[in-house]
Design a protein around this ligand. Structure first.
Ligand code: IPD
Ligand code: CA
Length: 267
């Protein structure tokens, strides 16, 4: 099978899996939804729906591609033998979902030998599915995406997020405090996957965050890049748990430099 045929198959499966999970989560959210468990801190929560959504996605994908590997936020971890690995966030924006806020997403990426081939971010409450295939552009529903051109730094609408650990948040708030007088405004949406899609679709000029996991960023990273954004970490590095920065050429480098000077990559 050629790489293009593989990409088409992976995209088709990722879209089906995201639709399945997104519909389940939208229509099946219990009115009395509560916290099933906590992870890194008391406010890092998991609901029964995160766990059920991950099972639905991995079950569907494994049925169609049994030799693939899996990495999922709620514990899916399978090595696989095909060279393809699925990176899954069954609900990105769990706190929004818990509170009945609409900004949550299902994020599914497929990597081949470490390179992201396909990214899908479904945002059911917006009726939008973002998708990208490496080298083939990014789309929301049927509309091709092009990143918003770089504004002057002081007119930047900047997205960011905060981790679940109090001492990390103190540092993150300090970085945001220093940036806010330099930009138009800052948004904290509550889903890293949507933040990256918002850069792709022009609803944010740029986005940065420290402390993301692979499942938060894998699909949105490709979608933003295929829309023309640059996505990186500290200068000269790719995005990582230390730092992710995304924005159009001309703004990306400036933001990355300022974040480096502010020490945004460390607690
Ligand atoms: C979180 C969201 C949030 C970001 C956190 C992530 P979760 O993912 O993406 O926007 O600020 O760093 O952990 O916990 O909702 O899957
Ligand atoms: Ca997440």
């Amino acid at each position: 099978m050629s790489d293009d045929q593989l990409k088409a198959e992976l995209l088709d499966l990722a879209l089906q899996a995201a639709d399945l999970a997104g519909t389940f989560l939208r229509d099946g959210r219990p009115d009395d939804l509560g916290v099933a468990a906590t992870k890194s801190s008391a406010v890092d929560v998991v609901t029964e729906m995160d766990i059920a959504s991950e099972k639905l996605i991995t079950g569907f994908l494994a049925e169609h591609r049994p030799a693939d590997g899996f990495l999922g936020e709620e514990g899916a971890s399978v090595e696989g033998t095909s060279g393809v690995q699925w990176v899954i966030d069954p609900i990105d924006g769990t706190v929004n979902y818990l509170y009945g806020r609409p900004a949550w997403a299902v994020s599914i990426a497929a990597r081949k030998d470490g390179e992201t081939f396909v990214g899908v971010v479904a945002v059911p409450m917006q009726g939008e599915t973002f998708r990208a295939v490496l080298g083939q552009g990014a789309y929301v529903n049927e509309r091709r995406l092009t990143v918003r051109p770089a504004p002057p730094f002081e007119q930047t609408l900047l997205g960011t997020g905060f981790g679940y650990l109090a001492e990390r948040r103190v540092r993150q708030a300090e970085v945001a405090r220093q940036l806010i007088p330099q930009v138009r405004d800052i948004r904290r949406g509550g889903s890293a996957a949507i933040d990256l899609c918002d850069v792709a679709v022009g609803r944010l000029d740029a986005y940065y965050e420290r402390g993301l996991n692979p499942w938060d960023l894998a699909a949105g990273d490709l979608i933003a890049r295929e829309a023309g954004a640059l996505v990186g970490g500290r200068p000269g590095e790719g995005p990582s748990g230390d730092l992710l920065v995304a924005g159009p050429p001309g703004l990306f480098e400036d933001l990355q430099g300022r974040l480096e000077a502010l020490g945004a990559w460390h607690d």
